[in-house]
Design a protein around this ligand. Structure first.
Ligand SMILES: N[C@@H](CCC[C@H](N)C(=O)O)C(=O)O
Length: 274
């Protein structure tokens, strides 16, 4: 099986080219590929499939994905599906260009949250139109060292973005946050963030279906949206353990700008996985 390995601010992915949708990608196979000792290692898998070959009925909310030639089939490291991945979609775009599957500097990528428009910037960064973050109300999560309170935000996928009044580095994110299932029937990604300078957020994240990761693009947008007064626009630099992204928020929604790297390509023997 061909694969590539890439990352966006150290949120890392195993990329599986499957243009015609012939790969039977099971949750066990995803978990084995993402295993950092017995597999390739990654926070998730990006299956690169033509939208017309996806073999999955998309919900109404994702109907716009049908207009895109390529679909990002995102799987978390535990094999579960996710609607969107903000770092993943930048890396996916970089892969399409590097492998000659797409041309030009602007195109759409299909996701389970709908079409996402990407633009390759002159300096190599990728900017993604992330849609309008939906503010859904308040929520809380029990972490290993206490309870955090924040804002429930949908960026296509579910988030709880929690402002904290101490350095984010001090927060214990070793255990899976306990959430109220009434608030989050599908689970959620939990961000803790603090404004450390005007226009600058420091953030860490515990990702649904993975664990603490070095970055989460949708989480970065969720934190930026939660930190912005309702009805206002803003530009935030969001620093995460794996680097930095910029979020532009205005009446049209959110754009996420950041790096995307493909660093290796090769072949993996399925028979030796997990
Ligand atoms: N790392 C991603 C988000 C991946 C999906 C997430 N774990 C979920 O289950 O919703 C990002 O960069 O947005």
């Amino acid at each position: 099986m061909r694969f590539a390995k890439g990352h966006g601010t150290e949120n890392d992915f195993v990329i599986l080219p499957d243009p015609d949708g012939s790969l039977d990608l099971t949750p066990a196979m995803v978990a084995a590929l993402c295993d950092r000792r017995a597999g390739i290692g990654g926070d998730g898998v990006l299956r690169v499939v033509r939208t017309r070959a996806l073999g999955e009925v998309l919900p109404e909310a994702a109907a716009s994905a049908a207009s895109c030639e390529w679909f990002m089939d995102y799987r978390n490291a535990d094999g579960s599906l996710a609607e969107m991945c903000g770092n993943g979609v930048r890396v996916f775009a970089r892969y399409l260009i590097a492998s000659g599957l797409s041309e030009g500097t602007a195109f759409g990528v299909g996701t389970r949250a709908g079409a996402r428009h990407v633009a390759i910037e002159a300096d190599g960064d990728v900017t993604v139109d992330m849609g309008r973050p939906e503010i859904l109300g308040k929520g809380s999560a029990a972490l290993a060292d206490g309870t955090v309170h924040g804002t429930r935000v949908s960026v296509g996928n579910p988030h709880l973005a929690c402002p904290v009044d101490r350095p984010v580095a001090e927060i214990d994110l070793t255990a899976r946050p306990v959430l109220d299932p009434a608030d989050f029937p599908e689970g959620a990604n939990v961000e803790v963030f603090a404004e450390t300078a005007p226009g600058v957020l420091e953030m860490r994240v515990y990702e649904r279906g993975s664990a603490e990761t070095r970055s989460c693009g949708t989480g970065i947008v969720a934190a930026a949206a939660a930190a912005t007064p309702p009805g206002e626009g803003a530009t935030w630099r969001v620093r995460v353990p794996g680097g930095e992204c910029i979020v532009y928020l205005d009446a049209d929604g959110a754009r996420l700008r950041g790096p995307a790297v493909i660093l290796a390509e090769g072949e993996v023997d399925e028979a030796r996985l997990g």
